[in-house]
Ligand binder design. Structure first.
Ligand code: ADP
Length: 164
């Protein structure tokens, strides 16, 4: 049985992320989605707990997709869940460059025990990103095209709470 880890900030989880999860669950026996704290991304939209809950709800009926959180290195979490590889999504050349670097770091940190598998975004999701969702939302425009309906609902709720 081959398990893989799909780590990210997922703030919020987009249809682009879902596209990668779908591809990974088609290829591997189990996908562990890990919501990791990213210290370089300070302004969070949802708390880590909210993100985990939202993604869990999305995949509650799918047995081979799990959602976890972790405060540390993705390779350590991969080892903990016996994942042989870390899955990453590629949208562009820019993503590729960053992922090559990350793959080398993760090879080093895990003594080559945890490998990296890159999957390519399907055309229609190539320009989707969490930061675009946040940017569009900040302009008071609908982000329903970019996220699953249950996540869109949570974004609307958060907005209502913020606006009092
Ligand atoms: P991070 O904060 O680690 O960049 P993200 O949540 O932004 O994490 O993304 C997690 C992974 O999903 C990354 O590998 C990223 O490249 C990939 N990803 C994000 N959006 C898309 C998309 N639209 N299509 C394919 N992969 C994507």
């Amino acid at each position: 049985m081959t398990k893989v880890l799909y780590p990210g900030s997922f703030d919020p989880f987009t249809k682009g992320h879902a596209n990668i999860v779908e591809q990974a669950s088609y290829l591997f026996d189990e996908v562990v989605i890990a919501v990791l704290k990213n210290p370089s991304k300070r302004n969070s939209f949802f708390t880590i707990e909210e993100r985990v809950e939202m993604i869990k709800e999305l995949y509650s009926r799918i047995e081979n997709i799990k959602v976890v959180t972790f405060n540390g290195a993705a390779v350590d979490l991969a080892a903990l869940y016996e994942c042989k590889a870390i899955v990453r999504g590629i949208r562009s050349i820019t993503d590729t460059e960053a992922e090559i670097e990350l793959a080398h770091i993760n090879n080093d940190l895990s003594d080559k025990k945890v490998r990296t598998v890159c999957l390519f975004a399907d055309n229609e999701y190539q320009h989707f990103s969490s930061s675009i969702v946040k940017g569009i939302d900040a302009l008071d425009k609908s982000v329903s095209k970019y996220v699953e309906p249950s996540i869109h609902e949570k974004i609307m709720e958060k907005k209502m709470m913020r606006n009092g």
